[in-house]
Design a protein around this ligand. Structure first.
Ligand code: NCD
Length: 336
């Protein structure tokens, strides 16, 4: 695809070559994200970061990614602090905000809202999550992480065994990841959830049509026994009719070190888009996994900056200039 000026709304936009291109650029962002080098290639550019749903990682890492390329960030969070609370339409908001920015990231609770917004926007829009529908930048960083984690062992995405666990009905990260995995070959995918929170059939069918082996299960232990990747997710309580209903599923698939040691192969990588629900009774990934070298969740979150820098550099057409304006950082930075 031609990235310059493009919206990023769905992973369905990508071919395998596009993903390889994004990841090659992401690799080049490492010296900047790791604070060894500074680049000012987006000096003067403005990112409009519009988050109408709670977000820490996605919002801050999009902002940091833009800052690390030398750009400025303007932010709106929540409906209350925006004119949408006064009845303004997405169309009007998009027309106005796109006059203030060079690119916009948007998260919104309604499926399809970011596409509607993008249709009215005068600048490129990146979907930071639209309801239970899609979260394309998360799927890219998840895939990038999978590749990095198995790469050291000579692996590639093709042929991997991946378990997705938790709320597969409302979780947009697993929806986007499942769609993206259609581009690869010969995967074995295990979908583990309570029956009521199963992966929608449309995604399951699409994975099967892509030639992957798909298993559906409601049982954790047997499902994680023979996989390379365990991708755990949070119960998306904000999408349930009531808290009581969401609580019915809380803590159903708790993974801790004891279960990992007993059931997983020794090198199984543990991932989670975060936030993990660490409250008592939920605890989908126990803190006792924090010392497990295969717990990739924080590397995964770090990778979000690289992938988002790559998206900005591609969309704003500065990939070739990134290193030109690079210099070493002039402050002390702890390297760990
Ligand atoms: C996810 C999301 O918002 O969909 N978080 C994120 O962006 N990393 C997952 C979640 O909230 O459970």
């Amino acid at each position: 695809m031609n990235f310059a000026g493009a919206n990023i709304l769905s992973v369905d936009q990508f071919e395998r070559a596009d993903i390889e291109q994004i990841f090659a650029v992401a690799d080049r962002m490492e010296p900047f994200a790791k604070r060894r080098m500074v680049t000012r290639v987006l000096e003067g550019a403005i990112l409009g970061n519009m988050f109408f749903e709670p977000s820490t990682r996605t919002r801050v890492s999009f902002g940091c990614a833009f800052n690390l390329l030398g750009g400025e960030v303007r932010e709106t969070t929540g409906f209350k602090s925006s004119a949408i609370a006064k009845g303004e339409s997405l169309y009007d908001t998009a027309r106005v905000l796109s006059g203030y920015s060079d690119v916009i990231c948007m998260r919104h609770p309604q499926s399809g809202s970011v596409s509607e917004f993008a249709a009215a926007s005068r600048v490129p829009v990146i979907n930071g999550g639209d309801g239970a529908n899609e979260h394309p930048s998360q799927a890219l960083l998840d895939l990038y992480t999978i590749l990095k984690e198995v790469g050291g062992r000579g692996g590639s995405i093709d042929g991997l065994r991946i378990a997705m666990i938790g709320d597969l009905k409302f979780g947009r990260t697993v929806h986007s990841l499942a769609r993206l995995l259609r581009l690869f070959d010969n995967l074995h995918i295990v979908l583990v959830s309570p029956e009521e929170l199963a992966m929608p059939e449309v995604y399951v069918e699409a994975l099967r049509e892509a030639g992957h082996k798909v298993e559906v299960s409601t049982e954790l232990m047997s499902s994680i026994a023979h996989v390379d990747i365990v991708y755990s997710t949070r119960i998306q309580e904000e999408r349930f009719a009531s808290q009581e209903e969401a609580d019915l599923y809380r803590g159903r698939f708790r993974l801790n070190q004891e279960i990992y040691t007993k059931f997983c192969e020794p090198n199984t990588v543990i991932m989670h888009p975060l936030p993990r629900d660490s409250r008592e009774g939920a605890n989908e990934l126990d803190n006792d996994l924090n010392q497990n070298p295969n717990l990739a969740i924080f590397r995964q979150a770090d990778n979000g900056v690289l992938v988002r820098m790559a998206l900005f550099a591609l969309i704003l057409g500065v990939v070739d200039q990134v290193e030109q304006s690079a210099r070493e950082v002039n402050w002390y930075h702890r390297r760990s």
